[in-house]
Design a protein around this ligand. Structure first.
Ligand SMILES: Cc1cc2nc3c(=O)[nH]c(=O)nc-3n(C[C@H](O)[C@H](O)[C@H](O)COP(=O)(O)OP(=O)(O)OC[C@H]3O[C@@H](n4cnc5c(N)ncnc54)[C@H](O)[C@@H]3O)c2cc1C
Length: 378
């Protein structure tokens, strides 16, 4: 649902300027230094992007899913590491608070997340619990008038700059029903954020493990009912998957533009590469896939807004868009020839970055399981 076509158009225009004038020019520096440049971060905050889907009452933009998808098609043109920093503030942690948090918890955390003053971390995965999140082993035991946390969370995005942690921990027996969600201040004694780990791409969005060693947290850190943690964590996945489908479509469009520009500029055999049918075919296949992903993201975003989205469709969109993005990144690198393999070209950098999107928020194999379940349970 687009609430105001005029406001939406204004927002998209501002986002285009942000992407072209600030985010894309700073990408190479961010990749080289593994740190988001301050000017880019300030601009993302000024545009309100840390609070994309946090309600306006808490200082966010309060976008509908269709508005968010439209915006991500534009913002997706920039390196996805930016998105890993700003969009996670409206992601899993905020969605759990909005769905199940008390008014006091919402007031405590959401304004800081919406403005970007605090960075949210979503702590679900563990060394022995990746795709099988219900197997997580971090424990939260009642002790005194609060909880005691012990365990280790793996590869937490933004952990080195965490301002709040949404931690899924085991409060009961085995399986999904034994898991609860906690909103936690990372400065709590007993919480040890490990050094950032080196990655093949997405540099600038830092990833680190977090160790909980006898960390004492207050009773009111529990979000929602005891035992509802995994259910709450998974409830936000449809939204994240549509967000990633739109992001992927935007990235494909950016990559195609990079490939097109190179094909027009580079001359071999006395003419531009663009005159070679084989090069045109690589970009044509890419354009078809980008268009399909764009249509899927927008159509399903409208379905989510009107309450008719099926989880299997959100999974199908994430599966198709992120897999297609991988193919497009590969083709565009091929269009660049050796230049695409050399460190420093956008084709090389984005090729590394986009690989993560087939792993995050449910791997492609897990999306296929969800799609198949939808087919057989229909
Ligand atoms: C850079 C980065 C940032 C991350 N950030 C976060 C974060 O902020 N918070 C967080 O909680 N987690 C985060 N993660 C973890 C991420 O969510 C997991 O990597 C993901 O869920 C997959 O788990 P895994 O890596 O343990 O793979 P595994 O679950 O071990 O899977 C390995 C392979 O087996 C396949 N597989 C597994 N089970 C099945 C099955 N039943 N059927 C078919 N195939 C299967 C998978 O698809 C995959 O191909 C991050 C990971 C990375 C790399």
């Amino acid at each position: 649902m687009i609430r105001s076509t005029e406001a939406h158009a204004t927002r998209l225009k501002a986002a285009r300027t942000l992407v072209e004038d600030i985010l894309i020019p700073a990408e190479a520096q961010m990749d080289a230094e593994d740190r988001m440049p301050d000017a880019a971060r300030a601009a993302l905050r000024a545009h309100g992007l840390f609070g994309i889907s946090i309600p306006e009452a808490f200082g966010g933009l309060g976008l509908t899913m269709e508005e968010e998808a439209g915006l991500m098609l534009v913002l997706g043109r920039a390196a996805p590491a930016y998105r890993a920093v700003y969009a996670l503030n409206s992601g899993g942690a905020a969605q759990i608070l909005l769905r199940a948090g008390s008014e006091a918890q919402k007031a405590q955390w959401l304004p800081g997340l919406a403005s970007g003053a605090r960075i949210a971390c979503f702590c679900l995965s563990e060394p022995e619990a990746g795709s099988d999140a219900a197997a997580l082993q971090t424990t939260a035991r009642r002790e005194g008038d609060g909880w005691r946390l012990d365990g280790r969370k793996r590869w937490v995005t933004n952990a080195p700059e965490a301002g709040m942690l949404m931690v899924m921990a085991r409060t009961g027996g085995e399986g999904a029903r034994g898991i609860s969600a906690f909103a936690i201040d990372p400065a709590t004694p007993g919480i040890h954020i490990q050094p950032a780990q080196s990655k093949m791409g997405m540099r600038g969005a830092l990833t680190a493990d977090i160790v909980f060693d006898d960390a004492r947290i207050p009773a009111d850190a529990l979000v929602g009912a005891e035992g509802d943690g995994l259910k709450l964590a998974l409830a936000g996945l449809d939204k994240v998957r549509l967000h990633l489908a739109a992001l992927s479509a935007g990235l494909m469009e950016r990559l195609i533009d990079e490939g097109r520009a190179h094909a027009l500029r580079r001359r071999q055999f006395g003419k531009p590469l663009a005159d070679q049918p084989a090069i045109g075919a690589l970009l044509a296949d890419s354009a078809a896939e980008a268009l399909a992903a764009r249509c899927m993201a927008l159509e399903l975003a409208r379905a989510r807004d009107d309450g008719t989205l099926r989880p299997a469709d959100a999974a199908a969109a994430k599966l198709f868009a992120t897999e297609a993005l991988g193919r497009v990144a590969d083709r565009v690198l091929q269009v660049h020839g050796g230049e695409g393999y050399m460190t420093g070209s956008a084709a090389e950098r984005l090729y590394r970055d986009v690989r993560l999107l087939r792993i995050l928020d449910g791997t492609s194999e897990i999306q296929r399981l969800v799609v198949a379940r939808g087919l057989f349970s229909a």
